[in-house]
Design a protein around this ligand. Structure first.
Ligand SMILES: C[S@@+](CC[C@H](N)C(=O)[O-])C[C@H]1O[C@@H](n2cnc3c(N)ncnc32)[C@H](O)[C@@H]1O
Length: 514
C-alpha cells in the first residue's frame, strides 16, 4: 500500500471530479481552461504521422461547439444546479443562443459547480481566462460562489508584440479570484518594482524631492560591506521586513513563457511558474491540497510540489500527462514525492504512452480491458509469471473455471506462448489469454493454434481456443476474449450498470492497490 497522496489523473475532469474527488477536500483550485481551439492547438495535437489521436483532439474539437453534448450539459445544469445558476444559464442562452460561447459556458458551469463542491470552506479558487469570456465567467462565478465571495479580478499584464490594427494591443489575461467563505486563508504577498528588484540583495534606493537620496536597507550585515554611507542623505534600516509593497491586483512583474524562457516545454498555453507560486503562496499553506483540473503541462503541479503542497492534476490528453511526468522527474529527481497516476487510455497512442511510463499501471489497465483480476501486487515482489485471472462458470457445480492472463507491453516472441501453456497446466486453467501491445509474430500464432480447443462438457459443440492472443489495438476496437459466458461473470462482484462499464471495472482494480 503506497502512501502517496498526490494524484495525476488522465481523463475528463467532470467525470473525475464527480467520481473521485470528495466534498470539501481541496484548499486551493487554479484552473486555466482552453477556449477557442486554434491552429496552434491543432498543430500540437497532430501526430508525427499526420494522423490525429482521437483522445487528444477530443477536448478541442468537440467540447466547445454547441451540439448534443452541450444540450445535455445544459439540461443537467438547469435541472440539477442551484436556482441562481439555472436562472443565469437560461438568461445567457436567451442572449447568446446556442453558439460556441454558450457551449463553453455551459461546460464550465457544470465543472465549476463541482469545483465549488470539492473546495473546503477555507478554500480559494482562481479562474484564469482572458477578456474573450471573462465577463461571462464572472457572472457564473457569482452564481456559483456568491457575489460576496468575490475577492479580485487580477490583471496579469505581459509584454507581447503583435501587429494589430483598429484596436490597442491585447496584452493581459484575467484571473478571477473567489473564496468559498469568509474563513478563507490569505497570506499577504509583496511586489517589487524592477528598480527595487535590482537592489534586492540589501534593500532599495528612493529618490526624494530636491535630489536627496534615501536608501532602505533590509540586510544590515550585507549592506555594511557594500555601501558607502556618504553616498546617501539618509539610510533607513528595516531588518527582517518583507521587501516591497503589498501586492495589488495588476501584475506586471511576471513574463509570459516566450521562446527564450528557461522553463519552456513547448506546450503553447504553458503559464509561468512565478505566477502560480504567487497564487499558491497567497492562498494556501504547506501541506494544503492544490487542484488544477485543466493542468496542461503541469505548471501548477510543479509549483505546488516545489512549495510543499499536496496536489491533484487532471488533464484529458496523454500528451499533457507525458509532459508533466517528465517535468516532475526532471525538476525534482530523487526529491519528487511519490504520486498516483490514474486514468484510462482510450486509444493506442495513449496506451503506448502509459506503457512507457509505468508498465504496472499499463498491465492493470490492460487486465481491466479483458475484465481480468490482477494476480497480485507485482510491486511487492512475488511474481508467478501470471498477471491476471478470469473466472467463469459453464456447469452447475458452483465451481468456477479459470483463464490465466499474461500481459506484455514490450517485444513478444514464440517462447512466451510456450511458457503460458506451461502456466496453464500448472494452474489447471482451461484457457490462456495473451494480451500484447505489440503485434504477435507468425510463430506465436502457430504455437497458440497448436493448443487446440476447449469444449465445455455441458455445452457440446461450443468450442473456444485454448490459447488466445489479443492485441491492445484489437481490444480497443471492441474485440473480446472467447470463453463460455453462459452464467453471470464470476471474476468481479457485479457493479451497478454504468454508461462506461470499462472504466468502472478498471477503477475497481486500481482501488485494490491504491
Ligand atoms: C490552457 S491549457 C492549461 C495550461 C496549463 N495552465 C499550463 O501551464 O500548462 C488547458 C488544458 O486543459 C485540458 N483540458 C481540456 N478539456 C479538459 C477536460 N474536459 N478535462 C481535463 N482537461 C481538459 C487540455 O488538454 C489542456 O491541456
Amino acid at each position: 500500500m503506497t502512501t502517496a497522496s498526490n494524484r495525476l489523473y488522465f481523463g475528463d475532469n467532470l467525470d473525475i471530479l464527480r467520481e473521485r474527488v470528495a466534498d470539501e477536500s481541496v484548499d486551493l483550485i487554479y484552473l486555466d481552461p482552453p477556449f477557442n481551439s486554434n491552429a496552434t492547438y491543432n498543430l500540437l495535437f497532430r501526430e508525427k504521422s499526420g494522423a490525429q489521436s482521437a483522445t487528444q483532439i477530443m477536448a478541442f474539437d468537440d467540447i466547445w461547439q454547441w451540439g448534443l453534448e452541450s444540450e445535455s450539459a445544459y439540461h443537467d445544469v438547469v435541472t440539477n444546479g442551484s436556482k441562481a445558476l439555472a436562472d443565469l444559464l437560461q438568461a445567457m442562452r436567451s442572449f447568446l443562443g446556442p453558439n460556441d460561447m454558450m457551449a463553453y459556458l455551459t461546460m464550465m458551469a457544470q465543472r465549476m459547480a463541482e469545483l465549488q463542491r470539492v473546495l473546503k470552506p477555507s478554500g480559494s479558487i482562481y479562474l484564469h481566462c482572458d477578456p474573450t469570456a471573462s465577463h461571462y465567467l464572472k457572472l457564473l462565478m457569482d452564481a456559483i460562489f456568491g457575489r460576496a465571495n468575490f475577492r479580485n479580478e487580477i490583471v496579469w499584464h505581459y509584454g507581447k508584440w503583435s501587429n494589430v490594427a483598429g484596436y490597442f494591443q491585447r496584452n493581459h489575461d484575467i484571473i478571477l479570484f473567489y473564496v468559498k467563505s469568509d474563513r478563507a486563508k490569505f497570506n499577504k504577498q509583496y511586489s517589487l518594482s524592477p528598480d527595487k528588484k535590482r537592489k534586492l540583495e540589501i534593500g532599495y534606493q528612493v529618490n526624494r524631492p530636491g535630489g536627496r537620496k534615501q536608501l532602505i536597507v533590509y540586510d544590515r550585515k550585507k549592506a555594511s560591506k557594500k555601501i558607502k554611507e556618504g553616498d546617501y542623505d539618509k539610510i533607513v534600516y528595516r531588518d527582517n521586513e518583507n521587501p516591497g509593497m503589498p501586492m495589488h491586483d495588476t501584475w506586471h512583474d511576471i513574463n509570459i513563457i516566450n521562446s527564450q524562457a528557461k522553463e519552456r516545454l513547448g506546450y503553447p498555453t504553458q503559464k509561468p511558474e512565478a505566477l502560480l507560486e504567487r497564487i499558491i503562496n497567497a492562498s494556501s499553506n504547506e501541506g494544503d491540497v492544490v487542484l488544477d483540473p485543466f493542468c496542461g503541462c503541469g505548471t501548477a503541479i510543479a509549483a505546488a510540489e516545489r512549495l510543499n503542497r499536496r496536489w491533484m492534476g487532471i488533464d484529458v490528453t496523454h500528451l499533457a500527462i507525458t509532459l508533466i511526468r517528465h517535468r516532475l522527474h526532471d525538476s525534482f529527481g530523487e526529491d519528487l514525492k511519490p504520486y498516483h497516476m490514474l486514468g484510462d487510455p482510450k486509444d493506442l497512442l495513449s496506451a503506448e504512452s502509459l506503457a512507457l511510463h509505468d508498465r504496472y499501471q499499463f498491465e492493470w489497465w490492460a487486465l481491466g480491458l479483458v475484465d481480468a483480476k490482477p494476480a497480485q501486487d507485482k510491486r511487492k515482489g512475488a511474481d508467478s509469471g501470471i498477471d491476471g485471472y478470469i473466472n467463469f462458470f459453464d456447469d452447475n457445480s458452483g465451481k468456477a473455471k479459470r483463464i490465466i492472463v499474461q500481459v506484455k507491453s514490450g517485444n513478444v516472441q514464440r517462447g512466451q506462448i510456450a511458457t503460458l501453456k506451461g502456466d496453464m497446466e500448472r494452474e489447471k486453467a482451461e484457457i490462456g489469454l495473451f494480451v500484447t501491445l505489440k503485434p504477435p509474430t507468425g510463430p506465436m500464432r502457430t504455437e497458440a493454434a497448436a493448443a487446440g480447443f476447449y469444449e465445455p462438457s455441458h455445452f457440446l459443440g461450443h468450442t473456444f481456443p485454448r490459447v488466445q492472443i489479443l492485441t491492445i489495438e484489437e481490444l480497443l476496437s471492441g474485440a473480446q476474449a472467447h470463453y463460455p459466458r453462459f452464467a453471470p461473470q464470476a471474476t468481479f462482484r457485479q457493479a451497478p450498470r454504468r454508461l462506461r462499464q470499462q472504466r468502472e471495472q478498471t477503477r475497481m482494480i486500481w482501488e485494490l492497490y491504491t
